[in-house]
Design a protein around this ligand. Structure first.
Ligand SMILES: *[C@@H]1O[C@H](CO)[C@@H](O)[C@H](O)[C@H]1NC(C)=O
Ligand SMILES: *[C@@H]1O[C@H](CO)[C@@H](O)[C@H](O)[C@H]1NC(C)=O
Ligand SMILES: *[C@@H]1O[C@H](CO)[C@@H](O)[C@H](O)[C@H]1NC(C)=O
Ligand SMILES: *[C@@H]1O[C@H](CO)[C@@H](O)[C@H](O)[C@H]1NC(C)=O
Ligand SMILES: *[C@@H]1O[C@H](CO)[C@@H](O)[C@H](O)[C@H]1NC(C)=O
Ligand SMILES: *[C@@H]1O[C@H](CO)[C@@H](O)[C@H](O)[C@H]1NC(C)=O
Ligand SMILES: *[C@@H]1O[C@H](CO)[C@@H](O)[C@H](O)[C@H]1NC(C)=O
Ligand SMILES: *[C@@H]1O[C@H](CO)[C@@H](O)[C@H](O)[C@H]1NC(C)=O
Ligand SMILES: *[C@@H]1O[C@H](CO)[C@@H](O)[C@H](O)[C@H]1NC(C)=O
Ligand SMILES: *[C@@H]1O[C@H](CO)[C@@H](O)[C@H](O)[C@H]1NC(C)=O
Ligand SMILES: *[C@@H]1O[C@H](CO)[C@@H](O)[C@H](O)[C@H]1NC(C)=O
Length: 808
């Protein structure tokens, strides 16, 4: 009896890699308290009596300094791991496993415990021939066993009771916890879930036995059957029964691709099993049969990673593949997903003619829709996607049009997918990539509005639409007797990205409840809250600005043209103009309503203290919005009245600049005279007071003042402050900056900002550049955004002592 295990271990020594030769493995029937394994040798593992299983340290593939405490098949070709500890986290070389009367304790070379098992009263342990490692008490009863604490594999004779689970590993050679879990749930259901990598929650199931209330345990019996025992019957999970089970090694593993597979491997000692079997693991059954075909999960990426899709091979292996013109972020770690090989369609420039569709059959990304149209034709569907920079994929089927955006989830390909998908890819000859780098387009910026609209959509379809809107829009919309606002709103949705709508006065009057709820007022008019109905159920809030006609300079026709320009200005950081009314004496503008009010009230009047993170994000957003107005729209727009009251915040605290473009509607000739000063005290640039031309640098100046207010969380001029030096924020900050005591300008409660002084200083320096008296010294908004982002170095700003004259 004793000779046999010795023979095996000697054989083993000849087979294992060189690095293990100095180490010994001992076949033991009973492992006694006090035994120790050391990953650095000499004793690294304990063998089962048959020599077929080992428990101990095994080198992690490809890294000689990392070890896994595991159980493995000694005699299979790749010494397959059947069990491992600690969610597969490797133990560094020098780690030890101590066996005491308290059980097992894994310690790193510094003596810190990284894993333990068992309880007081352990008398001996054994690596059993079934592949189970157990700790026993003095009555010979197991106190702890690896079979009760499985990792990703179960072995014959192993039973999973209610409440137990298998978790897949991440990749074939990375044992850390992966993306799938198989649960024998307490409620009697056997369920497969996808799980996120960083936390313990689970997404929707991709397979379930649907035996709630009836399931009791999952059994793997010696002859190779795996079945779920129900109260009155059984539910077969796999059918891998063997006639001569003793000739085979067996295991069933929740593989890293999410499939639970049962494998057999002929034993070397058995010649009878050799016929027809290769010397490797063969899949005899699996579940689920087609893992790609499942209901999909609302969260997470599904079976395959984001932007990839699931495909079953003829040999039942699962392949996750990237669509054409996409490739894996990391080909060695496919679970990280695919990314496009091309730069995405710009949302700022019109690139709809740079893209086309690749049609792919039997492919879908289920549940990845963000928009759905019905009763449309295929051309409309395609065009809507080409015109929409968010749209990456569109599916058209029997009048339905589903738009999908990146990251795409729940991808699957196969006969069972009754869809033909259109993948948006750049045209082969595309100059798209150069366009991003080439600044040449900016030269054509100040073109007339019609040309601007033409640029917005150069396809025939969109052009016709735009010409119609611009040329006929004024007369047509005014004369047409609209039935109701709800209907107009729908028109607006289907013509997404087009011109603002013309509303009639009566409807605006009723939608604002006769202008009863005032939400703001300024030099140009009063703003009221209102609502319109979107579809049947949804109500959308709007802000209606009643322009003070006294201050308007334009004729009716000019007014409409200007409003069209404003309405074609789309940016994440700009309040969107939904429509207008130009009827008799009435001039109204309809904007989207912002729930979080203005920057002014959030920053300066609110009871909640805005965090540093929120504040600097807001500052960055405002800068991007201004950059867009100055440099990225077809006609440059100078705001002329930038102030915290004109910056609104949406539900996510995204800042949105409002009232842009109004300068041209009002009675000021901003390019020449000094008669009417636009802008608001404290935020206006000094050149307003001089007889010089006004440029976009006036907005840069105002931005600088606002930036200081955001950083310091206080008003630019605060008469209530006792210390005279601090009354004017710009002086105070400038002094503190020169004296290198910038911490003083932060609100006393703001520890977050105090820990981020590098960024605080960067922002202050940018602000000091922006408020230089000489406009040409002030940076452009492009430069401002680059400096705020930390993308370029910021020279020390000149001491702007001269601005003192103009700041108040
Ligand atoms: C292992 O030890 C226990 C308790 O000392 C003893 O009862 C048992 O027979 C031993 N088993 C073997 C195989 O030696
Ligand atoms: C290694 O195991 C053998 C046999 O069990 C034992 O005699 C020896 O003391 C062990 N070595 C160490 C360093 O634990
Ligand atoms: C091996 O593991 C060590 C410790 O985690 C790590 O520093 C090293 O980079 C790894 N080497 C390889 C080749 O992966
Ligand atoms: C050993 O464990 C069994 C089962 O847990 C228990 O019934 C028995 O009392 C224990 N024996 C001792 C001596 O603790
Ligand atoms: C579970 O058991 C109930 C009765 O106890 C039976 O009506 C039902 O069909 C069973 N469900 C399944 C999935 O076996
Ligand atoms: C294993 O389960 C199958 C199906 O339930 C049964 O036919 C077979 O006899 C079982 N084998 C053993 C050894 O219990
Ligand atoms: C389960 O078995 C019990 C007793 O054998 C029987 O009374 C009961 O009706 C069975 N339930 C089902 C759902 O077959
Ligand atoms: C299954 O087939 C794919 C290609 O068709 C191949 O790459 C893969 O190695 C095969 N897997 C097995 C387990 O044979
Ligand atoms: C897109 O894929 C096509 C065909 O595979 C290839 O010719 C083209 O170069 C790819 N384009 C890009 C931008 O990768
Ligand atoms: C680009 O051209 C290649 C061959 O010239 C072709 O195989 C590929 O399908 C084309 N891609 C697109 C998106 O048309
Ligand atoms: C690529 O350019 C050539 C010549 O300009 C043109 O004939 C061809 O149709 C273009 N192909 C695509 C996919 O745009």
């Amino acid at each position: 009896m004793l000779l046999f295990p010795c023979l095996i271990s000697c054989l083993l020594l000849a087979l294992v890699p060189l690095q293990l030769q100095a180490q010994t493995t001992t076949a033991t029937h009973n492992i006694t308290v006090g035994s120790v394994l050391n990953s650095a040798g000499p004793n690294i593992s304990w063998l089962s009596p048959s020599g077929e299983f080992a428990f101990g340290f095994r080198a992690v593939d490809g890294n000689a300094s990392e070890f896994l405490l595991a159980i493995w098949f000694v005699n299979t070709a790749d010494r397959t791991t059947a069990w491992y500890v600690n969610g597969g986290k490797p133990a560094p070389i020098g780690s030890t496993l101590q066996f005491t009367s308290f059980g097992l304790s894994l310690k790193n070379s510094a003596g810190q415990e990284t894993w333990s098992a068992g309880a007081n009263g352990v008398v001996y342990a054994a690596m059993l021939d079934t592949g189970n490692f157990a700790l026993y008490n003095s009555s010979g009863k197991p106190i702890w066993q690896s079979f009760d604490n499985p990792s990703d594999t179960i072995l014959p004779t192993q039973v999973l009771q209610l409440g137990s689970y298998l978790k897949s590993r991440l990749m074939a050679t990375d044992y850390t916890t992966g993306r799938f879990i198989l649960r024998v749930q307490d409620d009697g259901n056997l369920v497969f879930y996808t799980i996120p990598l960083v936390s313990d929650n689970q997404y929707s199931p991709y397979w379930a036995s649907n035996t709630v209330g009836n399931g009791t345990k999952l059994v793997f019996n010696e002859t190779g059957n795996i079945y779920f025992v129900l109260k009155n019957s059984t539910f077969d999970v796999t059918f891998g029964q063997l006639n001569t089970p003793s000739d085979f090694y067996q295991r069933a593993t929740l593989d890293y691709d999410g499939v639970f597979r049962q494998y057999v491997h002929p034993k070397r000692s058995s010649t009878s099993a050799r016929g027809g079997w290769s010397d490797s693991w063969t899949v005899v059954d699996l579940l689920p049969e087609n893992i790609c075909d499942n209901g999909g999960s609302n969260d997470g990426s599904g079976i395959c990673s984001f932007n990839s899709y699931c495909k079953l091979n003829s040999n039942n292996s699962v392949d996750c593949e990237c669509p054409p013109n996409y490739s894996f972020l990391d080909p060695n770690r496919k679970y990280k997903g695919c990314t496009p090989d091309f730069s995405p369609q710009s949302c700022k420039l019109d690139e709809s003619d740079q893209f086309e569709f690749l049609s792919i059959s039997n492919l879908d990304w289920k549940l990845a829709d963000y928009e759905w149209y019905y009763s449309v034709d295929e051309d409309t569907c395609r065009q809507q996607c080409l015109n929409d920079c968010f749209c990456s994929v569109v599916v058209f089927n029997q009048g339905n049009c589903w738009k999908k955006k990146i990251p795409l989830s729940n991808g699957r390909m196969g006969d069972f997918v009754d869809r033909t998908l259109l993948l948006k890819v750049p045209k082969n000859n595309s100059t798209q990539i150069q366009i991003h780098k080439d600044n040449g387009w900016k030269k054509d910026k100040k073109v007339w509005i019609l040309t601007g609209s033409l640029l917005l959509g150069s396809s025939v379809f969109v052009n016709v639409l735009l010409i119609l809107v611009v040329v006929l829009g004024t007369h047509y919309y005014q004369k047409k007797n609209m039935k109701g606002i709800s209907q107009q709103k729908q028109t607006c949705l289907s013509a997404l990205g087009q011109s603002p709508l013309s509303f009639n006065y009566k409807e605006l009057e009723s939608s604002t409840n006769e202008f009863s709820e005032e939400v703001g007022h300024g030099g140009s008019g009063v703003v009221y809250k209102g609502y319109i109905h979107q579809h049947e159920r949804e109500t959308m809030f709007i802000a209606v600005k009643k322009m003070d006609t006294q201050v308007l300079s334009n004729t009716e026709k000019e007014y409409t043209t200007e409003v069209q320009t404003i309405g074609q200005t789309f940016h994440r950081n700009l309040v969107r103009l939904l429509g207008f009314c130009n009827e008799g004496p009435h001039r109204l503008l309809v904007f989207e309503f912002m729930n979080n009010g203005s920057l002014n009230s959030w920053l300066l009047n609110g009871t909640i203290k805005p965090s540093w993170n929120q504040r600097f994000q807001v500052a960055l957003g405002i800068a991007r919005g201004l950059l867009y107005l100055h440099e990225e729209c077809s006609t440059q727009i100078i705001h002329c009245d930038m102030k915290p009251q004109n910056i609104l915040l949406d539900d996510n605290l995204t800042p949105k600049i409002s009232d842009f473009g109004l300068a041209k509607l009002l009675k000021t000739d901003q390019t020449r005279t000094n008669t009417g000063i636009r802008g608001t005290k404290g935020y206006v640039a000094p050149e307003w007071f001089k007889n010089v031309g006004i440029t976009s640098k006036v907005d840069v100046y105002s931005f600088g003042v606002i930036l200081l207010e955001i950083v310091c969380c206080r008003r630019n001029v605060d008469q209530d402050i006792e210390d005279e030096e601090q009354v004017v924020l710009a002086y105070w900050v400038n002094d503190c900056y020169r004296d290198r005591r910038l911490g003083l300008v932060l609100p006393t409660w703001d520890e977050e900002a105090a820990r981020d002084m590098r960024r605080v200083e960067r922002f202050v320096k940018v602000a000091l550049w922006c408020i230089q008296e000489e406009p040409s010294l002030r940076p452009t908004m492009l430069k401002v955004t680059q400096m705020l982002d930390g993308a370029v170095d910021i020279p020390i700003p000149p001491d702007p002592s001269s601005y003192i004259s103009s700041i108040q």
